[in-house]
Each structure stands twice: as structure tokens, then as C-alpha cells.
Design a binder for this molecule. Structure first.
Ligand code: C5P
Length: 297
């Protein structure tokens, strides 16, 4: 008997970052949108905890206890006084270390899958609490849709969305470690006072109205300058998307994936073709959102 959970990637339609806190984290106003690129996590009873992974980037996924999915299984097992004896298989389609919460998706997926496999009866609140311990973006991977994350991103307020937003994602060669991008943000802001992060009224109302041009005009990412500083070549990728008709071009989260908001599916195909032909990225993927969060399939 095994259980499979499907979990979406995210893009940040706003990522407002405050100054570094004493604990090293940053307070955020983080508006997440779940988009239709998915990882699948399958758990099967086994003699001991074992992780395997398949997909184009599988070789870059750690298979030891640093894997968020493995840590999720161990945390749930400890909570319910049982052994973490499962084979965890990840079918990976979300870019690895790409700023699209792929690792967080696997953590949320493994948690939900083991919860179902073991029949723990854990409440949604308990699961969300474990997600928050695993990482700042993990609660959103469970919830999906659209949400405003505050604190370090883990305190969620679900947002209503009035339509579908079409995106193209340019997958870069290699990843960018999130801590390195926050570190670069701190370095770039060393001499300035960073304001408190606040949710943008323009972003929230564009989401609520399903207004694509309005959202395009309101997208913002405070980590973009840091990601570009570490990976200057991303500027060319952003320019290709804009030149091909994207309404807005932005770095996704901590990067290096770049995200292009487009008018509709037809425009998405055109922008994706231009990106793929440009040689400025490894692959171009099309996806729309919002989509639901982690779900047993
Ligand atoms: O929470 P998570 O483990 O995903 O965070 C990874 C790293 O990203 C943290 O160790 C920290 O360096 C950085 N981070 C941050 N502020 C946040 C979220 C993440 O500085 N709100």
C-alpha cells in the first residue's frame, strides 16, 4: 500500500523583505501564488527511511536527512511515537534550488502522504505547525491557492483570486541557495535602513479582481537585485521575455528561475518559444495559477 501526494510550485507576486532579524531571518510581506508545475511524493512502508528521486534534476536532490521530505517524515513520526520507516520517492518537476519552493513542496507532500498512510488524524493546524518548523515556505505548499505570508513567510492569510494568471518560467542552469541570496540582500542594504515590509494594496486588489495587466504593473520582488547581483546573466533572460511580449518579467523568489506574466495561454506559448530559442535559459515552462495545494492523488 502506498500514498502519492501532488504538490505545486509557487511564484511570489510580491516579496517585500525587511531588515535581518536577530535570528538571521527576515520579516516578509510575501504574496504567494501556487502555479501548475508539480512534484509528486510517494510513500510506501519499508524497513527504514529511504529517499529516491527521479526527474531531470534528480542528481541535485539530496537523498539524506537534509532532504526536507525526509525531515517531514521524521517530524511526523516523532510526534506520533512511531518509526519513520517508509520509502519516500520524489518525482521531481519543480526546478531544484530555483526560487519556486520545490524543496518546500516535497516537505509538505511527504507530510501529507505519511499522515494519510499512517492515519494519524492530525488536524490541519498540527500539520501547518510542522510545516512551519520545516521551513518558511512549507505551510504555503500545503495550502496552495494564493496567500499573504507574514513573519518569515509562514503565517498565512488565504487570499481570494478572481481569475487565472498565465505564466512562463525560464529555468536557469544550476540553482541559487536561498541563504546566499538573503546574504547578498543584506550586503546590498548594509548602508540603508530597510523599511518594514507591507503587503501591496495594488497586488492584493489585482489578484482579487483577476486583473492581469494590473498585476503585471504591481509585481515586485525585493530579492531581485540580490539574485541579479549573484547571477548577472539573468538580466538577459528577463529582457528576452519582455521583448517577446510578456506583460511583466521578474525573478521568482530567490531565483534563479525567472517568471513572465502573460496575457493568455497563446501569449505564453509565444514567450516560451522565444525564451527556449534565446539560449539564455535551460528550459521554458508554461503554467497557470492559482492551483490547489498539496493533495492526495
Ligand atoms: O525557512 P527556510 O529554511 O526555507 O529558509 C532558508 C534560508 O533563507 C534561511 O536560513 C535564511 O537564510 C533565509 N530566509 C530569511 N528570511 C526568511 C526566510 C528565509 O532570511 N523570511
Amino acid at each position: 500500500m502506498s500514498v502519492t501526494v501532488r504538490v505545486p510550485a509557487k511564484v511570489n507576486v510580491q516579496l517585500a523583505v525587511g531588515g535581518a532579524r536577530p535570528d538571521g531571518f527576515h520579516d516578509l510581506a510575501n504574496v504567494f501564488l501556487a502555479v501548475g508545475l508539480y512534484d509528486e511524493v510517494t510513500v510506501t512502508p519499508a524497513d527504514s527511511l529511504r529517499v529516491t528521486c527521479e526527474g531531470p534534476d534528480a542528481s541535485r536532490v539530496p537523498l539524506d536527512r537534509t532532504n526536507l521530505a525526509a525531515r517531514a517524515v521524521e517530524k511526523l513520526a516523532a510526534r506520533y511515537g512511531r518509526r519513520a520507516d517508509v520509502h519516500l520517492h520524489i518525482t521531481k518537476d519543480i526546478p531544484v534550488a530555483g526560487g519556486m519552493a520545490g524543496g518546500s513542496a516535497d516537505g509538505a507532500g511527504a507530510l501529507l502522504a505519511c499522515d494519510a498512510l499512517w492515519g494519524t488524524g492530525a488536524s490541519r493546524e498540527t500539520l501547518l505547525g510542522i510545516c512551519a518548523e520545516l521551513g518558511s515556505d512549507v505551510p504555503f505548499s500545503l495550502v496552495g491557492g494564493a496567500a499573504l505570508g507574514t513573519g518569515r513567510g509562514e503565517k498565512l492569510r488565504v487570499l481570494e483570486v478572481g481569475g487565472t494568471f498565465h505564466w512562463v518560467f525560464a529555468v536557469a542552469d544550476g540553482g541559487l541557495p536561498t541563504p546566499a541570496v538573503y546574504g547578498e540582500f543584506d550586503r546590498l542594504k548594509e548602508a540603508v535602513t530597510v523599511p518594514e515590509p507591507v503587503a501591496s494594496a495594488a497586488v492584493l486588489s489585482a489578484l482579487a479582481a483577476g486583473d492581469v495587466p494590473a498585476l503585471a504593473g504591481a509585481l515586485s520582488n525585493d530579492l531581485q537585485a540580490a539574485a541579479l547581483s549573484l547571477r548577472p546573466s539573468l538580466a538577459s533572460t528577463l529582457a528576452v521575455g519582455t521583448g517577446a511580449g510578456a506583460l511583466a518579467s521578474i525573478v521568482s523568489g530567490s531565483g534563479p528561475t525567472t517568471a513572465f506574466l502573460v496575457r493568455d495561454a497563446e501569449s505564453a506559448a509565444k514567450v516560451a518559444d522565444a525564451l527556449a530559442a534565446s539560449g539564455t535559459c535551460r528550459a521554458a515552462r508554461v503554467a497557470a495559477g492559482p492551483v490547489q495545494g498539496a493533495v492526495v492523488v
